[in-house]
Every structure is written in structure tokens, then in C-alpha cells.
Design a protein. Sequence first.
Length: 222
Amino acid sequence: MAILDFFKPVSTWTVDKVGEYLDRHHPEDFTLLDVRQPKEYEEAHLPGAVLMPMAELEKRLGELKANKPTIVYCASGVRSRAAASVLGNAGFTEVYNMGGGIHAWQGLVATGTPEPDLDYFSLAETAEEHVALAWLLEEGARAFYEGISDMVQDREAASLFRELTEAEEHHKSTLEALYEGFAGCRIPADFPRGVLKTEPQKQLMEGGLPVEQALQWASKRP
């Protein structure tokens, strides 16, 4: 990274525009990138943001999807502007700097260090085992949404999370059909646990977070 990266023109979005974009799009459709230091991230970050400190950015570009819209932020917008320039030079097709950084952000923030189980799928060797593990992640997400629906007081919010709970059941059905396609036979009665040689020690949700930890985190926030 060169000093000129701090001065090159980049596309900048206001925090309001970023908030609107996040509300309208699924998290898998874009990358939200935090280029601050780990301690800053731990104190407060936008939910779902990937931490990649500025000094590590160029070495870790391969971890990001160049064809996805990427929204970059830092504390005040200076580091993220340079990061957006670096990403643009690296061939990223759609990059936006969040002007004002997290200091200007008025929405909810998360705290603490994310602790995903990055070795989760190392428990699988075959395609069938990968599907079984994916099914358990969907079940974890279902349990999370169900827990939230029991936790919130607002009726509309509770109804929304019950709908999300039902959606996870549909996802599980899709994976069951996928399993039958790989295995060439009907799904066994003890699926998915009967398919796995080793079962995860904790119930995890998509993203690799323990369901219990996620519910505890959510219980302390509006």
C-alpha cells in the first residue's frame, strides 16, 4: 500500500445509505469489511463485519470475493478510504467507503471477538458427511430463531422470527434431498447423526457460532 492510496478518489457512501443497503440485501450478497485493529473491533463493530486490519489487507485479498459489492469502514473513514483504493486497484468491481466510519454510525453495533468454529467441516470426509454437517448448521439456526421468538416481547418481531424458524425447516428438507442425490438411497432414519463418524461438541449455527453463545449475546440487546 502506498501513501497515495489515502488520496485517490473512491466511491463513498453515507452511513444512512450503508444502513439502507444492509437492510435491503442478504449478508451473503455483499462483504462488510472492517479495517481497524482487533481491539477496536472488539469494542464495537457492525454486525456481520469481517475484520481485516489495514496492515494485513494486501496479503489477505484472496480471502475476499472480488465480484461481490464490498463496503469498507474504519473509525472515521480515513483508513477505509485507502483500503477501498487498494481493493479497486486489485480488481474488485464494486467498492464503497463508509464516510465518517463507525463514529458516524447510528445503528446497532456488536461487541466482543467473534469465535466461529473454522474447523467445523474438517469433521467430514465425504459429500454425504458435508451435507449432514450443513443440516446441523441449519438446525442450529432454527434453534437460534426459535429462541429469539420466545425471548422478544414485540408480537410482530416474534412472528418474524417464527417465520425464519420455518424457513430453516425448508432448508433442512432441501439438504435431505441433496443427501439422497449423493448417496443414491433414501435418507436414513437416524440422519444426520448416523451419517457422521464424529459429531460437533456444541450446537452451532451458520457462521460457526455456538447457538447458546449467540442467544446470550442477543438477550442483552434490544
